[in-house]
Design a protein around this ligand. Structure first.
Ligand code: ZN
Ligand code: ZN
Length: 359
């Protein structure tokens, strides 16, 4: 059974288990996940035990037929509740599941209330389905990682004094697009010099200066899946303190990767890296989680954080991204994506290496 059929089958199991007549899917992420349709935001699905429909308009008739051959095409505006209501009546759908975690309150009050059906929250159904990736999905994320890291390697010679952070971001995004990425998986973060102490400093007009640490956090959205990686490079010789910080972060990341054991929870893995950074005296400067799940969304389950009781399991993909950010000095973050195979973490981000690099 292919990925799409397997996913639809799981939703049908849920429909039966919960005594529903069908589920409406409207978020672009889950429309793509369930049907393969990439006209992001311009389609809605109705899935019942017997049938599966995709509602989209004339801009996408050909595309929907190609990408979602197992879904019956219903021609029209996906935002029309009248169309959905008629479709539901024809298919005797009276109790319907909807994405209560994704639907806007205004849509709930307008579109959904107008359906004249019993509305049932599906909660985190899709989060749970998407949490465990198939071999094919893992390889799609890996391709996205490769595309992004290759783009980074191509622009390394451009990271030099005189260039602005925005220029570096633009070059990186250009290289990813040329290589086939649909878009960056989020706004590229480039934080240089003391701006490096802002963990999520979006690329700005700052000019890169000699001696700056340059933290680059970015990813590609490719084949429907995100990648996410961070490297901190130095443009010219770093200060003694920045060198120390870099080595602590690198050690913390490596320790978390090496000391992962099968059955660990998110908080246990987080603690390995956090203890290492705390022991080195920088605990107060590591304010975020060690990692987060990555898939269709750049941030999804599982959380790898001090509060996460989620057991990390094969098929999950998440980041390992310790960082130290010292105000007025600078920051370092190193981030790779990993999955669990044979009881160990396998790093999906293959390059460039993580040794301290002076450009
Ligand atoms: Zn990142
Ligand atoms: Zn991340």
């Amino acid at each position: 059974m292919d990925n799409i059929n397997m996913r639809v089958e799981k939703v049908r199991e849920y429909i039966k288990e919960k005594g529903l007549d069908g589920v409406i899917v409207s978020s672009w992420q889950n429309v793509w996940y369930l049907s393969g349709f990439t006209g992001y935001g311009d389609a809605a699905l109705l899935v019942t035990v017997e049938s599966a429909f995709i509602i989209t308009d004339s801009r996408y008739y050909v595309q929907a037929a190609e990408q979602s051959p197992d879904f019956e095409l219903v021609k029209g505006n996906c935002a029309s509740s009248k169309l959905m209501k008629d479709l539901m009546e024809k298919n005797s759908v009276k109790r319907v599941g909807y994405e209560n975690l994704a639907v806007l309150y205004s849509d709930y009050c307008g579109y959904y209330k107008a359906l004249d059906a019993v509305l049932c929250e599906i909660g985190d159904l899709f989060d749970r389905l998407r949490l465990i990736k198939s071999a094919e999905e893992i390889s799609a994320v890996e391709s996205s990682c490769d595309l992004a890291s290759d783009a980074l390697i191509r622009i390394l010679p451009e990271i030099k004094p005189g260039k602005t952070e925005i220029e570096i971001a633009a070059l990186l995004e250009y290289e990813m697009r040329v290589a086939g990425a649909e878009k960056p998986s989020f706004d590229t973060i480039i934080a240089s010099g003391i701006r490096g102490s802002m963990p999520h400093g979006t690329a700005g007009k700052k000019i890169i200066e000699p001696g700056d640490g340059v933290t680059i956090d970015f990813g590609a959205f490719y084949g429907g899946f995100c990648s996410d990686m961070t490297r901190t490079f130095f443009v010219g010789e770093p200060s003694g303190e920045m060198r120390r910080i870099y080595n602590v972060v690198m050690e913390a990341q490596q320790k978390a990767i090496d000391e992962f054991r099968y059955g660990m929870t998110g908080k246990e893995l987080d603690k390995i890296a956090r203890d290492c950074i705390t022991f080195a005296g920088y605990g107060e400067y590591f304010g975020h989680s060690l990692g987060h799940g990555v898939g269709i969304n750049i941030h999804e389950s599982p959380a790898v954080s001090p509060g996460s009781d989620t057991v990390l399991e094969p098929g999950m993909i998440f980041s390992i991204e310790p960082g130290v950010y010292v105000p007025n000095i600078g920051g370092v973050r190193i981030e790779d994506l990993v999955t669990i195979e044979n009881g160990k973490l396998r790093v999906l981000t293959k390059r460039p290496g993580k040794q301290l690099t002076v450009l």
